[in-house]
Design a protein around this ligand. Structure first.
Ligand SMILES: C[S@@+](CC[C@H](N)C(=O)[O-])C[C@H]1O[C@@H](n2cnc3c(N)ncnc32)[C@H](O)[C@@H]1O
Length: 367
């Protein structure tokens, strides 16, 4: 898989993740002769080739810069083209821990969607594991197929991923040429409870199989839990991941005296504004009355003053300009703040385990 190899220098043909800003990452295919443009200028690919991964790349006019990073599933999740809602890394990590996804694990995943989860699964299960991914939406399937091909993930060319175009709720998970038995299952579907009964044919005969259903609504969780119970799954539990990232920032120190001074100033401005408005209304009324009485107003008009320019503000703050964090004209102190920009799609995570002994019970009860 292309995302599990590391190299030092950017080469022609590499897929890179371009870091554009704190919350903006983009996938970029390096092609000699092409140029990447953004608001900070032009970045010819020819100038990227040969640079060290992670090195800062300046625009031709030196007005901005980007970084080129080697794609990992975690970076891909932040940079990928969205075709659907996706699963983010905070959820993926707890799912991997609960499903015990390691090198060699065989996993079913449905649906593929934007393949955020697929990339993480394919990288972690490695060459000795296997990912069976299912998608019923034709164009999403085609796009994911091309993406998996480009990222060297497909099992037909030494990868570990098999992508199948199938409605798993209707037609189950069978694949043509081999029997399918897995250790872990991840369902990110609108109606997982319709797919659950089909899974029993594919659980591990010699060990446990773990499942996670990822659903945004409690009603979906309830229906899936009922379906899991009916199919012999046990240890059913639900989690929700709540992720907060803390950032080191500066906050302005505002003294009581400064605040009082500022409040007084606001009050003074308000009173002055009110007086000016009253005066303008009075003059407008006078003008209207003179016009009604047919009085001549051209030579000595009663001029209605427009808003006078406000007194030159003493500070940028009074000018309503943005004060830059750390501006030396102000006093600052260091604080920790929660970063509110983090993308994490909150869903409920329903987990359950299937044990081989359950299969004996099931076959006994059907005899
Ligand atoms: C929310 S997206 C999955 C996102 C994916 N986990 C990711 O991280 O990018 C759900 C996907 O399931 C597909 N889907 C819905 N019902 C399906 C079904 N019965 N069989 C196969 N795929 C299905 C949808 O077309 C959609 O692409």
């Amino acid at each position: 898989m292309v995302f599990s190899k590391y190299k030092e220098f950017v080469e022609d043909g590499d897929l890179v993740v371009a870091w554009i800003g704190r919350n903006k990452l983009l996938p970029l295919k390096i092609e000699d002769g092409q140029t990447f443009h953004n608001q900070y200028g032009a970045f010819p690919h020819s100038e990227m080739i040969g640079k060290r991964y992670g090195q800062q790349i300046s625009s031709s006019a030196k007005q901005g810069f980007i970084y080129l990073l080697q794609p990992t599933p975690e970076l891909w999740t932040l940079a990928l083209p969205h075709r659907t809602q996706i699963v983010y890394t905070p959820d993926i990590s707890i799912i991997f821990e609960k499903l015990r996804i390691v090198h060699g694990t065989r996993v079913i995943e449905a649906g593929t969607g934007s393949a955020s989860m697929s990339h993480a699964l394919s990288r972690t299960v490695g060459p000795s594991g296997k990912l069976y991914s299912y998608e019923y939406h034709a164009s999403r399937y085609e796009t994911a197929l091309q993406e998996f091909r480009d990222h060297n993930m497909l099992d037909e060319v030494n990868g570990n991923t098999r992508l199948t175009h199938r409605d798993v709720c209707k037609d189950g998970f069978e694949i043509a040429e081999s029997s399918l038995e897995v250790d872990a299952i991840f369902l990110d579907l609108p109606a997982p409870w319709e797919a659950i009964p089909h899974l029993i044919k594919h659980v591990n005969r010699n060990g446990s199989t773990r499942i996670c259903c990822f659903s945004p609504c409690m009603e979906q969780i309830q229906r899936s839990a009922t379906a899991l119970q009916a199919s012999g799954w046990c240890d059913i539990e639900m989690l929700e991941v709540s992720y907060k990232q803390w950032a080191a920032r500066k906050t302005r120190v505002i003294r009581v005296d400064d605040s009082i001074e500022r409040l007084k100033e606001v009050k003074r401005h308000r009173t002055e504004g009110f007086e000016r408005r009253k005066e303008r209304q009075r003059l407008e009324k006078e003008l209207a009355e003179s016009a009604e009485n047919g009085e001549e107003t051209t030579d000595s008009p009663i001029s209605v003053p427009s808003e006078p320019p406000s007194k030159a503000p003493a500070t940028t703050e009074r000018n309503h300009k943005r004060i830059r964090e750390g501006d030396e004209d102000y006093e600052w102190t260091d604080v920790a703040r929660i970063d509110s920009n983090l993308k994490n799609h909150t869903s409920y995570l329903l987990f359950a385990v299937h044990l081989p002994s359950q299969l004996d019970n099931e076959s006994e009860s059907t005899e």
